[in-house]
Design a protein around this ligand. Structure first.
Ligand code: PEP
Ligand code: MN
Length: 372
């Protein structure tokens, strides 16, 4: 897997002269020839937009809602590319979709969140793409499962695709939140850490679910170093046949792009490099101290564990756990640390102590059992 992912090609291999983040824009769904052409023409005026998107087959939560125009929409995409020069992309959810998309020369394919969660469908798509090295972007599965996301990428890489990318579109949750799909940024960041060669693009439209939050989610994605954004754009969002709440007009898209601050992963400035090296040296020393403190703490945890075993006391003492967490959260405020951050850390630290002591008790039980 690691080797296959290391040999992936950068976005610039399939979109030459890309400078700055890739912006993919276009309607949630292709609705009519004139809507597709009108959108494409408006987007053509925005230089950062390098790829048109439009859903042809729409996986909908409920039946009897608009499920996309189907094959009839594919010539519209082809025409949009002819008229504007913008390459086009659409979602494929099975082998037949792939066959048709290739027939109409769609430039880039993406796999939707519901499909990524379905290994048989992904395999069928991979098999249909054997021998065709077209760029394919894989949206995260709707559930927060990094392994499933990776599994889909692996199925595609295994048939020889080298122009793969991942799209972070958030994760569905039963919990109500301001987002339509929770971003859970840690998951795409872990993907990036493990496979730095895999281009990672954010889809703020499906994360936000509302126009008003597209800008802030996009900025966050760029701040984290993501290489592009996919933003649903419609000439008349209020009357869109799907995802009306989250689509923006091309004019609004242009404002959003203008307002976004683009940061680079590195700069060629010796002064900056020296400053960074110095500060990173400090961080490394502090991390070392933290590790030593954790190790020291664990030695004491063992001593407490011994005493608990001797006295037949439970490892988990709920009152004690609450005390520790409360105390540290109070200290967090005094030390200018976010209490939630400290709470997360201390939950983990305390859980490991309890785990260690339960293990000791288990072991002691065995020793007694073996002696009997
Ligand atoms: C879409 O891009 O319109 C779409 C259906 O997205 P997702 O698969 O992320 O829900
Ligand atoms: Mn959509």
């Amino acid at each position: 897997m690691q080797e296959m992912m290391n040999s992936l090609q950068p976005i610039s291999s399939w979109l030459p002269d890309l400078n700055g983040p890739l912006v993919i824009a276009g309607p949630c769904s292709a609705e009519s020839e004139s809507q597709v052409l009108k959108t494409a023409q408006a987007l053509k005026q925005i230089p950062q937009v390098r790829l048109l998107r439009a859903g042809i087959w729409k996986p909908r939560t409920r039946p009897n809602t608009f499920e996309g125009v189907g094959e009839a929409g594919l010539p519209w995409l082809k025409l949009a590319r002819q008229e504007t020069g913008l390459p086009v992309s659409t979602e494929v959810a099975n082998g037949r979709h792939v066959e048709l998309a290739l027939k109409y020369e769609v430039d880039v394919l993406w796999i939707g969140a519901r499909t990524t969660a379905s290994p048989f469908a992904v395999q069928e798509i991979a098999d249909a793409l054997k021998g065709v090295d077209i760029p394919v972007l894989v949206k995260n599965p709707i559930n927060a499962d990094l392994a499933l996301w990776l599994g889909a990428l692996e199925r595609l890489a295994t048939v020889g695709l080298t122009k793969l990318g991942a799209i972070h579109r958030g994760f569905s949750s039963y919990q109500t939140s301001k987002y339509r799909n929770l971003p859970l940024w840690k998951i795409p960041m872990e993907l990036e850490r493990r496979f730095p060669n895999l281009p990672l693009i954010c889809d703020p439209s499906h994360i936000a679910g509302a126009r008003s939050m597209i800008y802030e989610v996009s900025q966050k994605a760029l701040d984290l170093g993501m290489q592009g954004i996919m933003i649903e754009t419609h000439p008349d969002p209020d009357n869109a046949l799907s995802d009306a709440q989250q689509q923006v007009t091309p004019a609004r898209l242009q404002e959003i792009i203008k307002a976004l601050a683009v940061r680079t992963p590195s700069v060629d400035s010796p002064g900056f490099q020296q400053e960074l090296d110095e500060l990173r040296g400090q961080i490394d020393r502090i991390d070392h101290e933290i590790m030593e403190a954790l190790s020291h703490r664990m030695q004491v945890v063992h001593k407490i564990g011994d005493a608990k075993v001797r006295h037949g006391v439970t490892a988990l003492q709920v009152k004690r756990m609450d005390q520790i967490i409360q105390k540290q959260m109070k200290l967090a405020e005094d030390l200018d640390l976010r209490p939630d951050y400290v709470q997360d850390i201390y939950r983990t630290v305390h859980e490991e102590s309890v785990r260690t002591q339960t293990e000791m008790m288990h072991q002691a039980g065995h020793d007694v059992g073996n002696k009997a």
